[in-house]
Each structure stands twice: as structure tokens, then as C-alpha cells.
Design a protein around this ligand. Structure first.
Ligand SMILES: Nc1nc2c(c(=O)[nH]1)N[C@H]1C(S)=C(S)[C@@H](COP(=O)(O)O)O[C@H]1N2
Ligand SMILES: [Mo]
Length: 212
């Protein structure tokens, strides 16, 4: 249960007003189990599951393709345990993640000439995110089907969400429905509202693409 409806919208407004004062925690949100808070910029996101989940990967791809959950499970699986850090200050340590490393998914469709960035869309109909192509080729960026050691729950953006380990939580788009290779970075939902496109945790933003 997101149970957030109107509250979800209030959370959004709160985040927006704190764009330049990033580390103040937001009050009035019910903490989820394990220290996470459930965020959604829309009220109700219709659940999708085994039968109706689809991930479309296209744009500047050599072999655009739609993946079912079974298709994603058939690709090489990557596991990693990393912290999750929201820009507003809360942090959950040592979260177990699993899924398809984004570079493996990009290899499956082939990156066409001219692509320099990747755009992500949520099937919530509102939220989008972006990475440069070199960021998207990091092995610690996952198309995640597991989180906290089990399938990603609906409230956490399941059945499939993005997990961008080296960056703030707003990069980790929930309810992933589409990936598009693009000619340039298209700023995402919070980025159009003032957040940095390069959201590295623990460095001054904006410069580094290097792998760790
Ligand atoms: N679709 C969607 N993805 C989203 C968000 C959102 O509101 N909608 N919020 C982002 C932010 S700011 C954070 S910190 C994390 C929170 O993940 P959680 O809800 O699983 O705790 O999701 C990110 N991905
Ligand atoms: Mo966040």
C-alpha cells in the first residue's frame, strides 16, 4: 500500500522546495520497513506482474525489443549489495539488489550510432530519468528485479525498477516501463525541477563519469 495519494503529492512539493537544501529530512512521511520511505509523484500506480509487465527498449537501438519478466530472467543476472541514499538525507545501508546490469541489456539491443544518453520512463505515466551512455554502461547500474533479497515489491517500484548504485535515490526510477537510447540527455522529473542530472553521492556533482 502506497497509501500516499495526496500525501505523495505533498512529498513531491516538499522535495521541490528543498532542492537547494538537500540534507533536511522531510517530516510527516511514514517510514517503510527497513528505513526506506516510499516515494511516488503520482497517487495510484496500477500494479503490473508476470502476465502484463513489459519493458520496451528502443530509440537509437540496433534491435529494439520488448522484454517480459521471463526475458529479463533469461539474461545474465548481476547481484550487488550497496547503500541507498536519498538526497533528502535518509539512507539505508547494505541493500541486496539483483537483476540485469544495464550494460548487458544495452548489449542485448545494440547501441546505434549517435546515441549518447539513455532515457527511462516509469509506467506511472509521470516519472522519467536519464543517464549519459557512459554512466549507463557501469556495471553497478541495474535493471533490478530483486531488492532487499526478494522480488521488488509494488511499493518499491516492482516488478522492475532501476537501481543506480553510485547516485542519489531519485535516479533509481520505480515501475520501469521504457528505456530509450537518445542523442542527448533529456533531464528527468526532478531534474526539470532543479536537481542535478549528475547525481553522484559523495562528490561534488557534475564532472565525473569514471567507473569505480
Ligand atoms: N517512478 C518513481 N520513481 C522514483 C520516485 C518517484 O517518485 N516515482 N522517487 C525517487 C526518489 S526521490 C527516491 S529516494 C527513491 C525512493 O525509493 P523507494 O520508494 O523504494 O524508497 O525512488 C526514486 N524513484
Ligand atoms: Mo529521493
Amino acid at each position: 500500500m502506497l497509501g500516499l495519494g495526496a500525501a505523495g503529492v505533498a512529498v513531491g512539493a516538499g522535495l521541490q522546495s528543498q532542492v537547494n537544501r538537500a540534507l533536511a529530512p522531510i517530516g510527516g512521511i511514514i517510514p517503510a520497513a527497513g528505513g526506506f520511505r516510499y516515494y511516488s509523484v503520482v497517487g495510484d500506480v496500477p500494479p503490473r506482474g508476470e502476465r502484463d509487465y513489459r519493458l520496451t527498449v528502443g530509440g537509437l537501438a540496433e534491435r529494439p525489443r520488448t522484454f517480459t519478466l521471463a526475458d529479463l530472467r533469461a539474461l545474465p543476472q548481476t547481484r550487488l549489495t550497496r547503500d541507498f541514499q536519498c538526497v533528502t538525507g535518509w539512507r539505508v545501508e547494505d541493500v541486496a539488489w539483483a537483476g540485469v546490469a544495464l550494460p548487458d541489456l544495452l548489449d542485448a539491443v545494440g547501441v546505434a550510432d549517435g546515441a549518447t544518453a539513455v532515457r527511462f520512463r516509469s509506467f506511472d505515466g509521470e516519472y522519467t530519468e536519464s543517464l549519459t551512455l557512459s554512466q549507463a554502461r557501469r556495471r553497478d547500474v541495474l535493471v533490478a528485479t530483486e531488492m532487499l533479497g526478494k522480488p521488488v515489491t509494488h511499493d518499491h517500484g516492482g516488478p522492475v525498477r532501476l537501481y543506480v548504485a553510485p547516485m542519489y535515490g531519485y535516479k533509481s526510477l520505480k515501475w520501469l516501463g521504457g528505456i530509450e537510447l537518445t542523442r542527448r540527455v533529456v533531464p528527468g522529473y526532478w531534474e526539470r525541477r532543479g536537481y542535478d542530472v549528475d547525481a553522484w553521492v559523495g562528490r561534488s556533482n557534475g564532472r565525473s563519469d569514471e567507473a569505480t
